[in-house]
Design a protein around this ligand. Structure first.
Ligand SMILES: Nc1ncnc2c1ncn2[C@@H]1O[C@H](COP(=O)(O)OP(=O)(O)OP(=O)(O)O)[C@@H](O)[C@H]1O
Length: 693
């Protein structure tokens, strides 16, 4: 066993890539089955096989974007993603099958981006760019990727893989959609670069004949390698004039073996029994089985470790942040939308929520005829902007309210003035006089806000009327409850004042969730995240770069939000503006980290949108943003208090309206809960990303 291992290790040093007993499944579908492959150092290896046989999956396992189920892979002497190893990183140039380029980038932006990640100097990048544009026959370097043809994009993608002169080139169908002249040129270039013996290439292609220029070919079928040798040797062995006919023969031979097997059991590797798979994958050199061996404790400890470098590289973070900035600049419409949407939302909220209803129609039945009647005087104190009085007869008024034309009926008896005067002046009056001296009101209370407003306006009108009639004696008929100056807030506080802090936090949170989740899911779907990962960017660096660039967007959003709520809508702020800004920024960061959780767990944008939308309403409703938490029934209230925005909204209200600082529990609790959720979401996203890589 130890001898096997040593032999294998020394072989792995002289070969660029070694795969031993590699198995990989997608769910129940076994794609790679006990696959063995060796790419010699300094040679071109053509990996051939029909569509769906597992070539791309194998390349992804080699670069480390996919984990193998069992077996062992060594790339340039170490497993991919081994700590300190530059695969993924500068040593490998990877051209994935998908185009995997940023559409908003120009050709030059693309090469600068990868140049920064690989740590190339400006001079090096410029020199390489000049060479690649000429060699790959690319259009002007300022051409946008989204305006290029499919073939041109593919060539830019190849250029990005060749940029840093890597020691290992992994090219997944680089010649698809490329004209024969350029195809020949690319092969010629590959032959040139391996000549020195330092660079190795593994290339997949559908054009089997072009692989004759490779030093070595591997013919793959159903997740296994049927043959691996020099192209001439394979043709000679099968007495074939072309590589293609040799491959066909190999397939036929494999089918015959398969049909013989099928008389005894299933043929396809996909449908093999667990036992036969165990046989196939027996004695993996450093796979799961070996990890139990006590012979090689040190190696086990080394090779099993898959952790990538933990300390983030500022170079990569800067490259990714610049990338986001360039993409934003190229998408001014989207940038304006990001900046203006929160402002539009908060403006609509301040304008439409919490104000007094206007122009509410109320039927007035006044049975007094005199122009000096108290009823007329009292009605004159009713707020005309809110209440639209319509004088009607008793029957017409009630018919109108029943038909939904009026929100209320106000009726005065014919002796209202005299009865009210007696009621005001005499200490003891009969029930009839009290009844006749009262304003009778019937309301349509299907709309609570309008009902409450009518009641309030009637009370205010009556108070004003009493003061006008009784002057300094008015206190005699006032309600014996006196509301003094409020300790916090003002007498004129509207519902808008209550809602605004929570709304600001919610808007910041949800925009950050949506933008983060969408951008990551799309980047993953287009293969951009994988490509950056292979170039040496870690998940942590990707997250930090997104956080920094998103913080810039959030800063502009918050500045605009605060300008509008404080200066335009005159929402009061008695406390520290610094605390207000800090809390809103932290909520934005919570949104970003929650967006990261969604994007790390979900692969397509539709599901990501559904997840973000799915939590929007429940969270808004039970976070106490639009209605006080105190109204929520108890078991649900505990859930409400645990949510990211409940205590944060309360803290923001305390800062803005009570002028409180961090020494108050209600304020620091909001910050603590927000920070707690930030940490939790970031850890969760990191764990999910690690598990899914
Ligand atoms: N993410 C995935 N989830 C489930 N199945 C997948 C996934 N990716 C690939 N497969 C399946 O794995 C098999 C091998 O796919 P792979 O892309 O490796 O083939 P390929 O040889 O590269 O094909 P082609 O030459 O057409 O690109 C296919 O049956 C494919 O449907």
């Amino acid at each position: 066993m130890k001898a096997d291992l040593e032999a294998s290790l020394s072989a792995s040093c002289s070969s660029a890539i070694q795969c031993r007993d590699v198995c990989r499944s997608y769910g129940k579908l076994r794609v790679l089955s006990s696959l063995n492959l060796t790419v010699p150092q300094g040679q071109i290896y053509g990996l051939l096989g029909p569509s769906g046989c597992g070539k791309t999956t194998l390349l992804k396992c080699i670069v480390g974007t996919l984990k193998i189920s069992r077996g062992y892979i060594s790339v340039l002497g170490k497993p991919p993603a081994f700590p300190g190893h530059e695969v993924p990183g500068r040593m490998v140039g990877y051209m994935p099958q998908d185009i995997a380029l940023y559409n908003e980038f120009t050709i030059s932006d693309t090469l600068w981006f990868f140049g920064r990640i690989h740590g190339l100097s400006s001079k090096e990048t410029q020199e390489r760019m000049k060479f690649l544009i000429e060699f790959l026959d690319l259009p002007q370097k300022n051409s946008l990727v989204r305006n290029l043809s499919g073939g041109q994009r593919r060539r830019v993608s190849l250029g990005a893989a060749l940029l840093q002169n890597p020691r290992l080139l992994i090219l997944d169908e680089p010649t698809v959609g490329v004209d024969p002249v350029l195809r020949a040129k690319i092969w010629q270039h590959l032959v040139e670069i391996v000549k020195g013996g330092q660079v190795s290439v593994i290339i997949t292609t559908h054009y089997i004949e072009e692989a004759r220029q490779a030093n070595m070919v591997g013919l793959m079928r159903n997740g296994r390698l049927l043959a691996e040798a020099k192209p001439e040797a394979i043709m000679k062995q099968h007495n074939a004039a072309t590589l293609e006919s040799a491959f066909l023969q190999l397939c036929e031979d494999s089918d015959q073996v398969g049909s013989q097997d099928s008389s005894q059991g299933p043929v396809r590797s996909n449908s093999r029994s667990p036992d036969s798979l165990k046989d196939e994958c027996r004695e993996p050199i450093l796979g799961k089985e070996m990890s139990t061996s006590s012979d090689i404790p040190k190696l086990k400890a080394d090779w099993k470790v898959r952790a990538r470098h933990v300390i983030p590289k500022w170079r990569n973070i800067a490259a990714l942040t610049i990338k986001t900035m360039v993409r934003m600049r190229r998408n001014p419409g989207s940038l304006c939308f990001q900046f203006l949407l929160p402002v539009i939302q908060i403006c609509l909220m301040c304008l439409c929520i919490g104000g007094d209803p206007k122009g509410i129609k109320v039927a007035v039945v006044n049975n007094e005829t005199s122009s000096s009647a108290y009823s007329r005087s009292l009605l004159s104190f009713l707020d005309n902007t809110s209440i639209d009085q319509v004088n009607l007869s008793h029957s017409a008024a009630f018919e109108g309210i029943r038909n939904g034309e009026y929100w209320g009926v106000i009726e005065f008896g014919e002796n209202f003035t005299s009865y009210l005067t007696r009621r005001m002046l005499q200490p003891r009056v009969s029930r009839d006089i009290v009844e006749g001296g009262s304003v009778h009101v019937w309301l349509d209370l299907t709309n609570r806000q309008i009902g409450i407003m009518l009641q309030k306006k009637l009370h205010e009108a009556f108070q004003a009327f009493v003061e006008s009639k009784m002057g300094s004696q008015a206190y005699l008929v006032s309600v014996p409850v006196k509301f003094e100056e409020p300790i916090y807030g003002s007498q004129n506080t509207t519902f808008t004042t209550f809602v605004t802090p929570g709304a600001v936090l919610s808007i910041t949170f949800y925009l950050a969730v949506g933008l983060t989740a969408l951008s990551f899911v799309l980047e993953r779907k287009e293969g951009l995240l994988d490509r950056c990962w292979v170039a040496g960017v870690s998940s942590l660096e990707t997250m930090l770069a997104h956080l920094f660039s998103q913080l810039l967007v959030i800063s502009v959003q918050i500045t605009l939000l605060l300008l509008f709520i404080l200066l335009v809508f005159k929402i009061p702020n008695e406390g520290s503006l610094v605390l207000v800004i800090c809390l809103i920024v932290l909520q934005g960061v919570t949104g970003i980290s929650f967006g990261l959780v969604i994007s790390s767990a979900i692969d397509d944008e539709q599901s990501a949108n559904q997840a973000a939308l799915g939590i929007f309403y429940p969270n808004l409703i039970i976070s106490g943003v639009i209605w006080p938490v105190e109204c929520i029934p108890y078991p649900l209230r505990y859930l409400s208090l645990a949510l990211p925005q409940t205590y944060a909204s309360e803290a923001l209200r305390c800062i803005m309206y009570r002028g409180w600082g961090l020494s108050r529990m209600m304020v620091w609790r909001g910050f603590a809960v927000t920070l707690g959720w930030n940490t939790f979401f970031l850890m969760l996203a990191t764990i999910i990303l690690k598990l899914r890589t």
